[in-house]
Ligand binder design. Structure first.
Ligand SMILES: [Zn+2]
Length: 134
């Protein structure tokens, strides 16, 4: 995912995209969502929803180290993978919904897509135009 979209996610969801005081590496240190720009909207919506949940937890007294944190976001076998350090049933359900959304969204351009082989042989969720291009 490109740099400005990546930074936007980090800026708008500072609780779930936070660095660790003990120096362990997070997605924020790596500054990398390992997928295409087309999935930005899906990841953004998911992130802001989990951020809201984290905010409520913080207001209710959960220490920062106990709040949900995103470990890694990537594409694998054509699907969106969204890994957290800890989760809840509510968060798992949101991740499920986002994965479903990603499975019908072109990873390259964000238009409607489906899982197919691209011209270079990758299996990805893409639209027909992007499948020819990649
Ligand atoms: Zn496309």
């Amino acid at each position: 995912m490109n740099k400005s979209l990546t930074e936007r996610l980090f800026e708008e969801c500072p609780l779930i995209y936070r660095t660790n005081s003990d120096g362990t590496q997070t997605i924020v240190n790596r500054r990398e969502f390992e997928c295409g720009d087309g999935w930005f909207d899906t990841i953004y919506q998911l992130s802001t929803k989990i951020e809201s949940i984290a905010k409520v937890m913080q207001q209710n007294g959960t220490p920062i180290s106990g709040l949900p944190q995103v470990r890694q976001v990537k594409e694998k076998f054509g699907g969106l993978r969204f890994y957290m350090n800890r989760s809840t049933e509510e968060i798992e359900e949101l991740i499920q919904q986002a994965s479903l959304q990603a499975s019908i969204t072109c990873e390259c351009c964000g238009e409607a897509g489906y899982k197919q082989a691209t011209s270079s042989g990758w299996i990805m969720v893409v639209c027909d135009n992007c499948a020819r291009e990649y």
